[in-house]
Design a protein around this ligand. Structure first.
Ligand code: AR6
Length: 178
């Protein structure tokens, strides 16, 4: 059920590092020290300032790494954004339901962005790449979680989907939720 305090949700097909928004969310890993997929793209285009900020966070607050489902903010370096919010999605498991952790990534990222005063935020489809989460379920969890949050001052949530399959899955979920 959407309310006036719920942000508008938009879908974009493309590369998240091309987005101009207040917050770009990174599908990171616990080390915060980079990786492939979205993480690799963000560090490549954003430059070394982001990695330096991540190293500082490891040294100060997250000596054991950022736990799965949590989120933390850094500079966005050279990207056209004010902050990167790094969140660690769960690795998909068919033996164990980890969907609460995936929902937590979206919720914690949104709350952190709201706390920073962000008006717009771009999410990738967290955990649906290297971490193996099925896209239809990943899309359901993403959309449901974001629509359940009152996120003021965030006015726009943009899901940035890399390929046609991801876009179609998110479109279907959004259409069903009206
Ligand atoms: N822009 C938007 N979406 C993208 C981009 C991009 N530039 N690149 C990939 N995707 P993934 P995960 C899509 O693997 O599954 C890293 O090594 C991709 O098609 O980036 O959460 C981290 O360090 C997929 O749908 O993240 C972790 O170790 C979605 O983004 C691990 O991967 C997420 O894919 C995290 O795995």
């Amino acid at each position: 059920m959407s309310t006036s305090a719920t942000p508008a949700v938009h879908l974009v097909r493309g590369d998240i590092t091309d987005q101009s928004v207040d917050v770009i969310v990174n599908a990171a890993n616990s080390s915060l020290l980079g990786g492939g997929g979205v993480d690799g793209a963000i560090h490549r285009r954003g430059g070394p300032e982001i990695l330096a900020a991540c190293r500082d966070l490891r040294a100060s607050r997250y000596g054991k790494g950022l736990p799965t489902g949590q989120a933390v903010a850094t500079t966005a370096g050279r990207l056209d954004a004010r902050w990167i919010v790094h969140t660690v999605g769960p690795v998909f498991s068919s033996a164990q339901d980890r969907s609460a952790l995936l929902a937590s990534c979206y919720r914690q990222s949104l709350r952190l962005a709201a706390g920073l005063g962000a008006k717009s935020i771009a999410f990738p489809a967290i955990s649906t790449g290297i971490y193996g989460w099925p896209m239809d379920d990943g899309a359901r969890i993403a959309v449901r979680t974001v629509l359940a949050e009152r996120a003021q001052p965030v006015q726009e949530v943009r899901f940035v989907l890399f390929d046609a399959h991801a876009y179609v899955e998110f479109e279907e979920v959004l259409a069903l939720r009206g």
